[in-house]
Design a protein around this ligand. Sequence first.
Ligand code: PBG
Length: 328
Amino acid sequence: MSFPVHRPRRLRIDSRLRGMIRDVSLFAKNLIYPLFVVDGLVEPHEISAMPGQNHWPLARIHEPVADAMNKGVVAFLLFGVPASKDECGSQAYDENSIVCKALRHIRQHCPQAYLITDVCLCAYTDHGHCGLVKADGVVDNDSSIDLIARMALAHAQAGADMVAPSDMMDGRIAAIRTLLDSHNFGDLPIMSYSAKYASAFYGPFREAAGSAPGKGDRSGYQMDYRFARDAMPEFELDLEEGADILMIKPGLAYLDMVKLARDSFSCPIAVYQVSGEYSMIKAAAEKGWVNERAVVLESLCAMRRAGADLILSYFAPQVAEWLKEEQA
Ligand code: PBG
């Protein structure tokens, strides 16, 4: 059928009809808000590479949670910045780690918050790698996953609702699942950072979490964005090992992987709009070069259209507020 019988614009001219036929939605309940809690900090202060996002002291970490919950955000992802680091990241799996303390603190103030923790050693090791580094400089997979599982267990015991391992070691989902199950946490879900790429889009986060590797980079364990077929085995292995939700990261530049996961599996799919994506929009908006609200909503809707159920975004509370305004 062709013009003039077929006119696609017929469906676009009336805004009421456009509203009726949309098939992509975005709700506050789809969003997860990442937060940084810093051991030893007294006052919140802005992360300079991420305008509008703060480092939070333990005593006040419930404030952004309560504020976002008022706007309709239910879920949070906690990152800890410890007071001290060492070779084996021992603060990561301590039962009194900054994240464990934050979990107990938030739980007291905001019992309804859904609390997810990032599980990875990089913010806790003095060399900044996501696992233990051997004498030859290579990150040792099998000894690292024991510690990563212990970190997940410590978070579960401190009250986490879900754990999200982001280290990219092989076998870590199975290690975490086994340890959680043997400690009566069989019902605690795992959201796996499953296709996580070695990406320059994490730039601002390295300031936020103080986690830049001192030597080398993460390409020995995070994925190569030039090797597309590597995503499928990562998804399959994580599901086999017991992951409940698959995450793709970064977001906008990796929507093909979101779509691939969506079309291949029935489990929930999450995507992480990472720090660089956030800061790029913020910078351009500050200059008046893009409309922040429009660009953010368009980006998040694109993630939903590609098949993401859940979106991790530093814009989460702001987006929840915008969505409320649009309904009003
Ligand atoms: C820890 C971790 C990182 C991010 C989430 N978890 C950094 C990294 O892998 O280097 C990035 C988040 C962001 O950029 O917003 N491994």
